[in-house]
Design a protein around this ligand. Structure first.
Ligand code: MN
Length: 290
């Protein structure tokens, strides 16, 4: 086994708003390409930001997706979701929503009504996880993953815990079903806490520092809101918390297929993108009230 080294530490790029509710820094694909980070094709990071109280929840209205999954992780605040399959729910602090758009879905994403009335800090991550060609037109699905469903691995010596969303860590298995192998977890490290990770060398791997300040492989320092891109040169890396820290860790097996992406659709060919627009405008994605 070899060390997996750091390729680069990337500061958050300038933010943009998705609708009026999500103030996000786009790391993927704006800074790191879809091909480099496959199977992750988008990472919007909503760094901690205060939203003032309102009776009209902020967010993003009805829009379609096809060909991939959206994974929403709420660290602070509450996000409410509804989709055209009739599914919906509230993503509370610490929860994850894993939505498989696949053949096509309409959904809307807003701050939860009661939370919006009080206002507060929102901090969240949205990932788009690509699907292999054979699964792109499978049925849509919705996995609400509450924090209590995630197994927590207790690290040695009061170092903290690793909570597993998908894939595995030290033989503990996360609850989310994925189409391709994806390890997704939060390391919650106490000051001076340490954790070691091992993933296949060919996996694409990143860290996102949600809170605190860490050292990767004893040397590289990354602080809150930094994205750390790991090389594909080895399996093992370790983290050490300089302060109490929360780190989102993703390591996934790349999907080596052509990517054709336009707006909310990610397919394999231009023809499939045209088809997606045709199907959307002819109402094949179903119906969802504004
Ligand atoms: Mn969406």
């Amino acid at each position: 086994m070899n060390i997996k080294n750091v390729e680069s530490v990337i500061k958050p790029p300038h933010y943009h708003f998705v609708g009026d509710g999500f103030r996000v820094h786009n790391f993927i694909p704006a800074v790191v390409s879809m091909e480099r980070m496959s199977p992750v094709i988008l990472l919007d990071y909503g760094a901690k930001f205060y939203f003032s109280p309102t009776d009209k929840p902020r967010g993003v209205g009805v829009h379609p997706h096809r060909g991939f999954e959206t994974v929403t992780i709420a660290y602070k605040g509450k996000v409410e979701h509804h989709d055209s399959t009739g599914a919906g729910g509230i993503i509370e602090e610490g929860d994850v929503q894993w939505m498989t758009a696949a053949s096509g879905i309409l959904h809307k994403e807003f701050h939860e009504k009661e939370w919006a009335k009080k206002g507060g800090d929102l901090q969240m991550v949205q990932l788009w996880v690509n699907l292999p060609a054979k699964d792109k037109m499978s049925a849509p699905k919705y996995q609400p993953i509450t924090n209590s469903m995630m197994p927590k691995f207790l690290l040695q010596g009061n170092s903290g815990t690793v909570e597993i969303i998908s894939g595995s860590y030290n033989s503990l298995q996360g609850p989310a079903h994925t189409f391709t192998p994806i390890n997704l977890m939060n390391a919650k490290l106490n000051k001076n806490g340490k954790a070691e990770f091992s993933f296949p060398v060919s996996n694409n791997t990143f860290l996102l520092v949600i809170e605190g300040e860490i050292k990767v492989n004893q040397s590289t320092v990354a602080t809150e809101n930094d994205f750390v891109l790991m090389k594909n040169d080895g399996e093992i890396f370790n983290l050490e918390a300089i302060n109490d820290s929360v780190i989102l860790i993703l390591s996934g097996e790349p999907i080596n297929e052509p990517i054709a992406s336009h707006g909310p659709f990610v397919m394999n060919t231009r023809e499939e993108i045209v088809q997606a627009y045709n199907d959307f405008s002819s109402g094949k994605f179903g119906y969802l009230e504004d």
